[in-house]
Each structure stands twice: as structure tokens, then as C-alpha cells.
Ligand binder design. Structure first.
Ligand SMILES: Nc1ncnc2c1ncn2[C@@H]1O[C@H](COP(=O)(O)OP(=O)(O)OP(=O)(O)O)[C@@H](O)[C@H]1O
Length: 259
């Protein structure tokens, strides 16, 4: 990992203040404040369309907010992007990778772009492909990868430069169980050595298994944030989630299947 500087001391790993974003009439993120401490394994959960991807995209500098700020280890993502992004590894939502490169070319290109020395890029690329069980796929085009393989190579890109804070949008989506176990173990090792992981997920079991802290986002607002125990309050996370975001949509069978 990169060594910190004096700005970093005492600041949160990631701090969001008053983040807001509207798409036309739709207020996707409506004033999100969140402080994520260093060394946390932090989950951001919420129903479909709650604003998770929009909030995380603004947090990492991929989407300009209408209002609010995001700081990474004390560095503002918009006014000090180099300082912030050097410390940040991002797994964005969707298919944002260059498709016409092989996996090895992609990692090499991204490593050199990050200013890493060539030998280091080569050794880290080999290690990442091996650990992610993609050694045999390094020479294939990213365009020909499966969805889960694209997720894994994107995670490799996020890890390559040795960030201190990882922000991952749905890192386990479409990933097979063996690869998911590998990713869990990489991420646990990462937080174990002082790094911070922030990830979004719909899978409560995963969040319960991995996270020490979490926030629940619904309709663009944080409806609960705290330690896993505080949010669960003695119940399962599934139940706490349903209570907080409002369950009660069991409207019965589809009319045309009614007997
Ligand atoms: N580029 C865009 N243009 C218009 N509306 C958008 C855009 N991006 C997101 N939205 C809207 O903003 C809201 C929040 O979307 P977002 O993708 O952030 O939710 P999410 O919590 O990540 O959802 P999911 O869990 O389904 O991935 C949704 O109503 C969505 O339709």
C-alpha cells in the first residue's frame, strides 16, 4: 500500500457530505452523509434503484454531484483528484472496461497508466491472474470474457496499484462460488492489513458474513448506518432490512395465474 501523508492522519477512509444527484425529475441521491472509518469492511445495501451506484459513482469521482463532497483519506475527490485517486481502487458498475485488450494487456496498460514500474506491473499482473484463477485467460480478449470473468479482471485492475481504500460496486455479482471465496479472502486480507473496503450488495448473507459496518440506502437517503450489530438489533439482517426499507409487497399471485 502507499504510505500516507500528513493530510491522511486522523481523517476517515471515505467521507461523504451532503451528496445529491438528480436525473431530470428523479432525485436519485438525496443528501447522503456517511463517514467510513479506516480498516472498516463496509457494506452499502438497498433495494433496486435506491441510489447505491449513483452514490458510489459520485464518491469515487466518476459522476459529478449536484451538491456535496467526497473525501478519500482527507483528499477531496474533485479538488485533489490525484491525491485521492492514488489511494483509491474502484470496481465500477457495469461494462466500463476496454474490451479490445487481452486481460494481461489491460492490466499492463492500467498499471503503466498508474505510473508503476514495468517489472512491478508484470509481477503483479501475473500474481493477480494466478490468485483469481485466470492464468489461462490472460491472453484472451476481455470482450470474450464471461460476466463473472470481467468482474474478476476489473477487481484485479482495482487492486493493481496498491490502493488503501477499495470501493466496489456489486463485486460478487455473477461470480461463481469458488471465485467468490477467493475474492472474500483477498478482501479480508486487504482489511486485515489496514485497508478499507466499501462495497454495495443485495446479498444480506454476504454483508452479514463480511461487514463490520453498513448503511442502508432507500429512495436516495440513508435510513440506517452503524455497526452490523446495531443495524440488526438482535434480528437477522434480512428482517432488519425489510423493516427499514418497508416490506409488505406480498400482493399475491399474478392475476392471469390465479386459479
Ligand atoms: N444515468 C441515469 N439517467 C437517468 N436516471 C438514472 C441514471 N442513473 C440512475 N438513474 C436512476 O436513479 C435511481 C438510482 O439508480 P442507481 O443505479 O443508483 O440505484 P441502485 O441502488 O444502484 O440500484 P440497483 O440495486 O438496481 O443496481 C434509479 O431510479 C435510476 O433509474
Amino acid at each position: 500500500m502507499n504510505s500516507g501523508d500528513s493530510m491522511d492522519t486522523g481523517s476517515a477512509a471515505l467521507e461523504l457530505r451532503g451528496l445529491r444527484k438528480a436525473f431530470g425529475e428523479k432525485l436519485a441521491v438525496d443528501g447522503v452523509d456517511l463517514r467510513i472509518e479506516r480498516g472498516s469492511f463496509f457494506g452499502l445495501v438497498g433495494p433496486n434503484g435506491a441510489g447505491k451506484t449513483t452514490a458510489l459513482s459520485m464518491a469515487v469521482g466518476l459522476l459529478r454531484p449536484d451538491a456535496g463532497t467526497s473525501t478519500v483519506l482527507g483528499h477531496d475527490i474533485w479538488t485533489a483528484p490525484v491525491e485521492a485517486k492514488t489511494r483509491l481502487g474502484v470496481l465500477p458498475d457495469g461494462e466500463s472496461l476496454p474490451q479490445r485488450l487481452t486481460g494481461t494487456e489491460l492490466l499492463t496498460y492500467m498499471g503503466l497508466l498508474r505510473g508503476l514500474e514495468e517489472g512491478l506491473v508484470r509481477s503483479r499482473t501475473e500474481e493477480l491472474l494466478r490468485v483469481l484463477d485466470m492464468e489461462a485467460d490472460g491472453g484472451r480478449l476481455v470482450a470474450d470474457y464471461s460476466t463473472g470473468m470481467r468482474k474478476k479482471i476489473a477487481l484485479a485492475v482495482a487492486l493493481l496499484h496498491g490502493p488503501e481504500v477499495l470501493v466496489l460496486d456489486e463485486p460478487f455479482e455473477a461470480v461463481d462460488p469458488v471465485s467468490a471465496a477467493t475474492i472474500r479472502s483477498i478482501l479480508r486480507g486487504f482489511t486485515g492489513s489496514g485497508g478499507t473496503v466499501v462495497f454495495s450488495s443485495h446479498v444480506m448473507a454476504l454483508v452479514e458474513q463480511l461487514c463490520d459496518h453498513l448503511a442502508i440506502l432507500a429512495r436516495g437517503r440513508i435510513v440506517a448506518a452503524g455497526s452490523l450489530e446495531e443495524i440488526r438489533g438482535g434480528a437477522s439482517l434480512d428482517d432488519a432490512f425489510a423493516d427499514l426499507v418497508g416490506a409488505g409487497h406480498e400482493t399475491g399471485a399474478l392475476s392471469w395465474f390465479a386459479s
